[in-house]
Design a protein around this ligand. Structure first.
Ligand code: SF4
Length: 422
């Protein structure tokens, strides 16, 4: 899909420029030194853009200091403010960041004011040379969209199109758009639909790709690779973020393996390279059903460094990432960000260890109570950090146990799931 170019700082997104790789800090944005150190670290890894949680005016001020100090050190990596639940904060952030991400699911509680608020935001962006991302998430669609389209690829697409139509009418082209889900089939369908809808209305906004809350380790990498690479192969996508519950540098190191799209990947030399080459070769057919997985020999992938048993397990994980077969629990875990007040990576490891026998369950582990419950989409059970060492456990979208001490929470989650399965 051809797109027009949008600049975030000096980074050109779209317009035929190479696809870029980005990540997000998981530091507290108010901890300026830690955030600068992480921005520098990911820039050294090759990140071309980095996003920081920007909850309110204090974080906007911290972001301005972070930007200035990075520039003082000669580092001009574009900084993106990630804003939820506050149009006012988005406007403040647009004065200091290179790009601002807003979410149509929570930009304004009052739908009748969206147009007026966007007009004000566009004006600030014009004055300060700031780009916007309209970032739709499957788990947090606006209520009126849910009522009309349900929690579906079409709903995600329409949520974005409402905002893009306003951008087009107000002649504000400096917009990148994203539709994210932790479900690989949904993100592929939603992005294809968005491309069709944009084309029909003469729009060519660049696309940011990502499989959100994809988790960690091989499962997380496979989900991200399957979703993003399937779209990149079709020429859809101008920038992407691999979202892992791991350090942001790991997202960049893995994401860089996706590029360039046309690279020969017939001799993978590591597990990460194997994930990427397998996604290029198998993901589109498995996702779309043009490859019948039931007819494939096991294993159907070869690698000189792996045993037959290891490759069988790998193939089962690939079939799960493409949502053909669910042979182990499905984990949804966010990457964590400045809102996370506990050790998310370690918690995910503990939850996985305690629940690895619960085949067929979808379990979410989310880093904050503000966005976590909304973003965990169709998880059957959720572990959501409240902060202050406390956890809320969810059954579906319903909080069933609040204020659980963190040290007990994994065991309580296990008991909750097992009590429901009797
Ligand atoms: S769910 Fe909360 S902690 Fe996790 S990435 Fe989203 S905002 Fe950050």
């Amino acid at each position: 899909m051809s797109s027009h170019v949008v600049y975030a700082g000096k980074l050109a997104i779209g317009g035929g420029h190479p696809v870029s790789v980005q990540t997000m800090c998981n530091t507290d944005t108010l901890d300026v030194d830690a955030s600068i150190a992480q921005c520098l670290a990911v820039a050294r890894e090759g990140a071309q853009m980095v996003r920081l949680t920007t909850q309110g005016p204090r974080q906007v001020k911290a972001l301005a200091v972070i930007r200035e100090k990075l520039r003082d050190q000669g580092v001009d990596i574009p900084l993106v403010a990630d804003v939820h639940f506050s149009a006012h904060t988005a406007m403040e952030a647009a004065r200091v960041a290179d790009k601002v991400r807003i979410n149509p699911g929570n930009f304004s509680r009052d739908r009748s004011r969206v147009r007026e608020l966007l007009a004000e935001l566009f004006e600030i962006c014009r004055r300060h040379d700031t780009a916007l991302r309209i970032g739709v998430n499957h788990g947090s669609l606006p209520l009126h969209i849910l009522e009309t389209y349900g929690n579906s690829p079409e709903g995600m697409c329409q949520a974005a199109m409402e905002y893009l139509t306003i951008c087009q009418e107000m002649d504000f082209p400096r917009v990148v758009v994203s539709l994210k889900s932790s479900n690989t089939r949904i993100i592929v369908q939603a992005n294809r639909l968005l491309v069709q809808n944009m084309k029909a209305l003469g729009m060519d906004y660049p696309l940011h790709l990502g499989v959100t809350e994809s988790g960690n380790d091989r499962q997380g990498r496979l989900k991200s690779a399957v979703g993003i690479i399937t779209l990149l192969k079709e020429g859809i996508g101008d920038t992407f973020r691999v979202s892992l519950t791991e350090a942001p540098g790991a997202e960049i190191r893995f994401g860089k393996l996706f590029l360039p799209v046309a690279k020969d990947r017939s001799q993978p030399a590591s597990w990460d390279e194997l994930i990427v080459s397998a996604a290029y070769k198998w993901a589109p057919g498995l996702l779309d059903g043009t490859i019948d997985w039931k007819t494939l020999p096991m294993p159907f992938i070869e690698a000189p460094f792996a045993s037959k048993e290891e490759l069988k397990e790998f193939c089962m994980d690939l079939l799960q990432a493409t949502r053909c077969v669910f042979s182990s629990p499905e984990y949804i875990s966010c990457p964590g960000c400045g809102r996370t007040k506990f050790n998310l990576e370690e918690t995910v490891r503990q939850v996985k260890k305690a629940t690895s026998h619960l085949k067929g369950c979808t379990i979410a582990v989310m880093g904050c109570i503000v966005n976590g419950p909304g973003e965990m989409a169709d998880a059957q059970y959720g572990y959501v950090g409240e902060g202050n060492g406390k956890v809320t456990l969810y059954k579906g979208k319903i909080p069933v146990m609040r204020g659980i001490p963190q040290e007990e929470a994994v065991q309580r989650l296990l008991e909750l799931i097992e009590s429901q399965q009797k």
